[in-house]
Design a protein around this ligand. Structure first.
Ligand code: NAD
Ligand code: TDX
Length: 340
């Protein structure tokens, strides 16, 4: 079988490629990635020369490139990770989010429709459900929770989900969708909360906590997400949405304190800064459906996963130093320079 993984030079896509190639050595894996600021070819170094792997640099929005690749490779399965994924960037520049996340998904769906696939899997997010209040801990997102997006990022992901489902209903395309909570693990770009805190702490830089630091995220180790997608590809029902999350809710401030403690850094590095516009208060996934139908449960306890992740950044300094010494510096200055 040939599996096309878009966005495979990013955080979750690369972890998925490693995971898939380990468990399915007979499959051919083709990665299509534009290599935006978030895509990093050095991440894929371990598989680059593998005879069952092919990397193609290209934009999912470019219909000619996509169609030619489909004609050449005839993938049976397509997993779409490619996206603009950072909420803060969507607040300062929404357009590229609509382009990649909506039009890019549309281009892939049309190629699937035209050339035929056994499965198109859209990697979506719990952010499409909006947020939950902090004082109602009994509430969780289920698959039927109405879409209620807060940021241009989440709005673009919700639009892509609806489009994918419409292709299932209208054209009978075998589509599945997963909506996962916040991932953490190795190879995550340092603009995101956990790697940003680890790398700033390591360099004795201020740890910028948005608002009151009490926002809650439901953290899942990236490999658990990969295994959930694998199960959906193998046994998920087409036309269905599956929520993925590990009932692991944490307040942001507690995570920052844990990072400080683990690295032996003082909490005086913590710096409360202006809140994110439209900042979602709490995310919490009910993963009952994927558990009941596919037997999925998270396997990595947060305490293990976070230690492993911190150790990964300690062990892979060359990977992140290359990033933080480049254009990321301008990004950091723009986002955090005058943030009070
Ligand atoms: P990421 O930003 O680390 O990686 C995105 C990848 O997509 C990069 O390699 C980038 O080069 C590529 N890309 C961007 N635009 C492209 C285009 N037009 N054509 C081809 N490639 C393009 O993102 P991530 O955190 O790995 O997220 C992957 C997917 O999972 C996204 O769809 C995201 O919405 C979803 N998701 C992420 C999380 C999370 O916590 N990170 C949680 C749930 C869902
Ligand atoms: O510097 C920071 N300080 C801070 O307090 C950053 C970057 C974030 N935060 C807060 C904002 C959030 O409450 O930490 C929390 C997590 O922030 P992000 O890492 O930006 O993630 P989030 O906005 O929750 O979105 C993530 O999860 C869902 C991914 O980036 C999305 O791609 C995914 O869909």
């Amino acid at each position: 079988m040939t599996i096309l993984v878009t966005g495979g030079a990013g955080f979750i896509g690369s972890n998925f490629i490693f995971y898939w190639m380990k468990g399915h050595p007979e499959d051919r894996v083709v990665c299509l990635d534009k290599l935006t600021y978030a895509g990093n070819l050095s991440t894929l170094k371990p598989v680059m020369e593998h005879p069952k792997f092919r990397f193609v640099r290209g934009d999912i929005c470019d219909r000619e490139v996509v169609k030619a690749l489909f004609q050449e490779e005839r993938p049976e399965v397509v997993v779409n990770f490619a996206a603009e994924s950072h909420v803060d960037r969507s607040v300062t520049g929404p357009e590229v989010f609509l382009q990649t996340n909506v039009m890019g998904t549309a281009s892939l769906l049309d190629a699937c429709r035209e050339l035929g696939v056994e499965r198109f899997h859209q990697v979506s997010t719990d952010e499409v459900y909006g947020d939950l209040p902090l004082d109602r801990p009994e509430l969780f997102f289920i698959e039927e929770t109405p879409l209620h997006t807060s940021s241009p990022y989440s709005a673009s992901k919700a639009a892509a989900d609806l489009l994918a489902l419409s292709y299932h209903r209208t054209y009978g395309l075998p589509v599945t969708i997963s909506r996962c909570s916040n991932n953490y693990g190795g190879y995550q770009f340092p603009e995101k909360f956990i790697p940003l805190m680890i790398l700033n702490a390591l360099r004795d830089m201020p740890l910028p906590v948005y608002g009151d630091g009490l926002n809650v995220r439901d953290w899942l180790y990236v490999e658990d997400h990969c295994r959930a997608i694998e199960l959906i590809l193998q046994r998920g029902r087409t036309g269905e949405v599956y929520n993925i999350g590990g009932h692991n809710e944490r307040q942001n401030i507690d995570i920052v304190k844990l990072v400080c403690k683990t690295l032996g850094k003082p909490e005086s590095l913590i710096s409360y800064v202006a809140d994110r516009k439209g900042h979602d208060r709490r995310y919490a996934i009910d993963p009952e459906k994927i558990h009941r139908e596919l037997g999925w449960l998270p396997e990595t306890p947060f305490d293990d996963g976070i230690q492993r992740t911190i150790q990964w950044y300690l062990d892979n300094k060359a990977w992140w130093e290359e990033i933080v010494s480049g254009e990321y510096q301008q990004y950091y200055e723009k986002m955090y320079g005058n943030r009070r």
